[in-house]
Write a protein that binds this ligand. Structure first.
Ligand SMILES: Nc1nc2c(ncn2[C@@H]2O[C@H](COP(=O)(O)OP(=O)(O)OP(=O)(O)O)[C@@H](O)[C@H]2O)c(=O)[nH]1
Ligand SMILES: [Mg+2]
Length: 1054
């Protein structure tokens, strides 16, 4: 059954029926003649009527996203038509009637099924832009060579493998898209196109570029990514005008010296190749502004340095030539695994080269760090983590995201029972999931310990069982992605006719699933078996480590290596808990050549120090935060100091904490008990209690402050000032309290009438991202300010009152959708209630952004899925409300009429009983889409499809308002508050960035002004112009308001 997309259907009625109702020509109704632009895209129509020719003055016809396969003959009678958009339709042959549109300048026929273009097309003499990508062309349509006025030609995503000689007739062609075709050889005919400026040949199978390419003198942008180049095509180096070259996703292993002679090159893409070394001569490429290198195994410079940008790369190469280049390898080795699985023992045995099993009482808390210097060039930073649950929160702090870090997961071979499924999950599986979520690209290897206590025969059986379990584990993870993908693909099938915007959001979900599933590094195939009691197997493990380190040795300037050594010596010999800037300067510059010190200014020296510290922090030598102003000047070079504080604060031993508080001279016994209860039930540690817990470590007040800054920076806690002298820190990870009963009045379990609830659910399959929810809950605090009254926290949730809405965050296990034998999924929900949708969306979007950023920063490999829960379904239990029902049942094509303002629309609450199923889930990717111009839905209603009957709900319950809507809504306030100098500044900035034209700026200036300080008329016109621009206009407007310190106005349009 075909359902009509309601809003657009109404426009179609307007468009086609009125002319027919009107008297016959020549007495055409005025309105039709006034139409210049006809937008009938996504109207679910399969033909245009002959009567379209009555819109004599039409210049633009937009009819993309329909099911058209032919056009009425009468279309050729539209003399002024300049733009015709027929993208995403069902054309299999070129609509010949178009050839008579001799004034047409832009023709969009992309995303159809065309396999040929007729000769007659040459009549369209004025055609400048022709889009034909994503069609079924297998040979190059020679007819195109007759369109001599063409400036832009899009032929990407076809099956082309040739280009005729005659292509050179297109002398005006500037931009040529040929991506995703079947070119295996560079089409030589292109070399004669001397005026071509942009050429896109990415996603083909090219492996070479002929020397004749030098004929393309005008070429500025050249994309060749996703081809099959094994060596750098040196012929490109002679394209002297080239400004942008993309050779990403090929198999290049080096860059020739000649490439550094491309003087005009501004942007150079070599991501995802096999490049290990960049050339020092690159610092001479004077125009270079962007260098894309991710996805290579860089050793010179180290990848971390390369990612800091070109300036950092140049400074690195300068230091390399000024001092000496040294091959150096310092690998971070992380031992993880359950408590008492033998981590500390094997780590010590490895370093000492002799049996070193620990005493059983010697439990590791949080982490022990050691540096094991193997020889002059090879060293290891060893992190031996405590296995206890509560310390897992410390892992992201100490584990480096350096690509050549290593993780060993240890398990006790003597205790491991291959028959017991829970054993695999507990001792190995959960750890793998955890590490891969945090560092998807890291190498993981398994170590079975206690070999001396396990029977030789059973060891073999156990290891082969584990290998099998590893394989099953991998398949299970893959299956999760496959199932999600399949579910979404089914949804796409269902939604395709209704809502292109929703379909796009689902498509993005599929793409995201695909890329998430591909980023994980496989586990090292050999399982090490060792005994720390008699050293069996330790030598083999050591050899693996040394080989691993050798292979990853980076080229470092001697200055950097010496800096690392000096800091390391300070770590072992110095008495300081932390290093301050002066001390660092001394340690780093100590060994710098005199002339070099003279040459670099104070500013430059600071940058060089930051390069070095940033590298060392990334490698795991020190803990240092370059992005936090309060912490930049402190280096935590002795991680044990930080460990001690974490141990003290995150202790899982309430008795010991109570003793510490009681022993301290600061508190009475009673006070100590209150503080203790605060810590262990409410997760609150006061400033005083914090100092007391840190007392044994003899930290200075500045150091305690730095530690607290660090805890805040790591978002382990947020700060609350209850009254002036009473500063306290709330640690959600320590909270034990249950959800407070009084919350029921603030947030009743059923959504009250007249209230909407927007809900986002982020689902994590059967694994636990430790500390993710807690960090998210801490991050919300910055939006709430210091006033504690607005917030309530409990073990797995928090409630906050914001200005015009309320928010509830929860973390829970999904007990409902459990398959047998599977652990429940974890769901983090963000729910926002209120009466004003735009405020609610703002809060939801902000919280969503925070959660996504945390995942991106700390758990980039974490599998998750996200959904928006239909607000309509959420409120359907409210029977007494009298809102209009939007149930369409079996009556498609019935246009809906509503007089309600979309902003004020409430959830229609009267639905039939049989719709009482689980609520419809919309793709959460909708929240990622909103800033892409034109991606929001044009329709006013979206189908809520879970119920088996099609009912429509207002689109603003599912889609947040666009930035244009926000401007429109607050236009009066903006016009009243943007002052004259502010507007003039903005005009300059928008002109500079090329967002508005000189003419548009003049139009704004030419408006009358009634006030001397404020120019509401001018601002109004300016905003109208901006709303027609792509989303960059919004970004720039936000930047301008931020620069002008108008955060009040900024909030309005975010
Ligand atoms: N026989 C034998 N005992 C071992 C071996 N490795 C460790 N042990 C013993 O097992 C116990 C736990 O070892 P640890 O090295 O402390 O374990 P861990 O993983 O560091 O423990 P936590 O730090 O508490 O997480 C100690 O009593 C060790 O002596 C081994 O290879 N053989
Ligand atoms: Mg240990």
């Amino acid at each position: 059954m075909a359902y009509r997309q309601v809003a657009a259907g109404k426009e179609c009625l307007d468009l086609f029926h009125r002319p027919q109702l009107s008297p016959k020509p020549p007495n055409l109704p005025e309105t039709v003649l006034q139409w210049i632009k006809l937008d009938i895209s996504h109207a679910d129509i399969d033909r245009l009527p002959e009567s379209i020719a009555r819109c004599k003055n039409a210049k633009h016809i937009l009819a993309g996203g329909n099911r058209l396969s032919s056009l009425p003959q009468s279309i050729s009678n539209l003399p002024y038509l300049t733009v015709l958009d027929l993208y995403r339709n069902a054309f299999t042959t070129f609509p010949i009637a178009l050839c008579r549109l001799t004034n047409l300048e832009e023709l969009y026929l992309n995303n159809n099924k065309l396999s040929d273009i007729p000769k007659k097309i040459a009549k369209m003499k004025r055609l400048r832009k022709f889009m034909l990508d994503h069609n079924a062309l297998t040979t190059f349509p020679i007819a195109l060579c007759g369109l001599t006025n063409l400036e832009e030609l899009y032929l990407g995503d076809n099956q082309l493998s040739d280009i005729p000689e005659k292509i050179t007739r297109l002398v005006r062609l500037k931009k040529f898209w040929l991506y995703k075709n079947k070119y295996t050889k560079f089409p030589i005919a292109l070399c004669g196109m001397t005026n071509l400026e942009d050429l896109y040949l990415d996603k083909n199978q090219l492996s070479d570029i002929p020397t004749e390419i030098t004929g393309m003198k005008g070429l500025k942008i050249f994309w060749l990514s996703h081809n099959e180049f094994k060596t750098f095509p040196t012929a490109l180096c002679d394209l002297t005008n080239l400004e942008e070259l993309d050779l990403g996703d090929n198999q290049l292993s080096d860059i020739p010296l000649k490439a550094t002679t491309m003087e005009k090159l501004q942007s150079f893409g070599i991501s995802f190749n096999n490049i290990t070394h960049l050339l020092p001569q690159m610092k001479k490429m004077i125009s270079l502004r962007q260098l894309y290198v991710v996805g290579n195994r860089l050793l010179q410079p180290p990848m971390h340095t390369a990612k800091q940008g070109l300036d950092a790369i140049k400074r690195y190469f300068e230091a390399l030539t000024d001092t000496k280049a040294i091959q150096s390898s310092r690998i971070q080795v992380n031992f993880l695994g359950e408590t008492e699985s033998g981590k500390t023992s094997i780590s010590h045995s490895l370093q000492l080269g002799q049996p070193a099993s620990t005493e059983s009482a010697d439990r590791t808390r949080v982490v022990e760090q050691e540096t094991w210097v193997y020889d002059q060039d090879i060293a290891f930073n060893i992190n031996d983590f405590g296995g206890h649950e509560v310390y897992k929160i410390g892992h992201p702090i100490f584990m480096s995201k350096h690509t050549s870090s290593l993780v060993f997961i240890t398990f006790d071979l003597s205790k491991y029972d291959p028959e017991d499924k829970a054993h695999y999950q507990l001792y190995i599986g959960d750890w793998i999931d955890k590490v891969q979520a945090q560092m998807p690209g890291i190498q993981i290897a398994l170590i079975g310990t206690h070999l001396d206590e396990a029977e030789a025969l059973s060891v073999e059986t156990k290891c082969s069982a584990i290998k099998k379990q590893l394989e099953d584990h991998k398949n299970k993870n893959k299956k999760w992605y496959d199932i999600q993908k399949e579910t979404v693909e089914n949804k796409i099938q269902k939604t395709s006719d209704f809502s292109p915007a929703l379909r796009q959001a689902y498509q993005e979900k599929v793409d995201k699933m695909q890329s998430l599933s591909h980023q994980v590094q496989p586990i090292y195939e050999h399982i090490f078996r060792v005994s720390s009691e008699n050293m069996t197997g330790v030598e083999k493990l050591k050899k693996y480590l040394i080989d691993f380190a050798r292979e990853r040795a980076e080229v470092l300037p001697e200055l950097w290596v010496n800096a690392a050594k000096n800091i390391c010596t300070k770590k072992q010999e110095g008495s300081e808990n932390t290093l301050d800037w002066e001390m660092l300067q001394e340690l780093i510059m100590q060994s710098a050549p005199h002339a070099w010190r003279e040459r670099n200014s104070h500013e430059e020296t600071k940058k060089i120090m930051c390069d070095i510290l940033s590298f060392l922090a990334h490698r795991g030598d020190i803990i240092w935060f370059d992005k936090s102003p309060s912490l930049t000047k402190v280096v935590f070079h002795k991680q044990e100091v930080l460990e001690n504080v974490l141990k003290a604060v995150l202790s899982h031993d309430p008795e010991a904490v109570l003793q510490k508080l009681q022993v301290s001279m600061r508190f009475t016994r009673k006070k100590a008990r209150t503080l203790h209860a605060d810590i262990f039930t409410r997760g609150i540690i006061s400033r005083q209690a914090m100092s007391c817990l840190c007392e044994p470590f003899k930290l200075s007040t500045t150091e305690v402050d730095a530690m607290i800054d660090l805890l805040l920076k790591l978002e382990l806690c947020f700060q609350v000032q209850e009254h002036e002298s009473n500063l306290s820190f709330h640690f959600p990870c320590l909270l034990q309290e249950k959800r407070q009963p009084e919350l029921e009045t603030k947030w009743p379990s059923k959504v009250p009438p007249d209230i909407n609830q927007l809900t986002l659910q982020v689902i994590f399959p059967y694994r636990c991202p430790d500390g993710l929810y807690e960090k998210f809950s801490v991050r919300q605090h910055k939006h709430l300010g210091l006033l504690k009254t607005k917030r309530m926290d409990w073990r797995n949730g928090m409630y906050a009152e914001l200005e015009r809405c309320k928010m509830l965050l929860t973390q829970e296990r999904d007990q409902q959708n459990l398959s047998p034998g599977q652990d429940p999924d974890l769901i983090i929900s963000i729910a926002v209630r209120g009466q004003h949708l735009s405020d609610q969306w703002q809060v939801l979007k902000r919280a969503h952004g925070d959660l996504m950023n945390i995942i991106h920063e700390d758990w980039p490999g974490l599998p998750y899925d996200k959904y928006l829960v239909c607000p309509h379904c959420m409120s359907e239990d409210n029977k007494d409300s009298e809102h209009q029902t939007l149930l369409l049942e079996e009556t498609p094509n019935v246009p809906l009429t509503t007089t309600q303002d979309p902003e004020e629309v409430h959830v229609p609450t009267k639905r039939k009983r049989y719709t009482q199923k689980a609520p419809t889930l919309f793709p959460g990717e909708i929240l990622d889409q909103t800033n892409v111009p034109g991606s929001g839905p044009k329709e006013k209603w979206v189908p809520c499809v879970n119920t088996g009957v099609y009912s429509y709900i207002p689109v603003n319950l599912v889609y947040p308002p666009s930035w244009q809507d926000a401007i429109r809504k607050h236009k009066t306030e903006l016009c009243e508050n943007i002052t004259e100098p502010c507007l003039l500044d903005m005009l300059d900035k928008f002109l500079q960035e090329g967002i508005i034209t000189d003419r548009e700026a003049q139009t704004v200036r030419a408006q009358p002004s009634t006030d001397r300080v404020k120019w509401p008329e001018k601002v109004a016109v300016f905003l109208d112009i901006l709303m027609r621009k792509p989303s960059k206009a919004h970004v720039t407007l936000c930047q301008c308001l931020l620069e002008q310190e108008r955060t009040d106005l900024l909030e309005l349009i975010m």
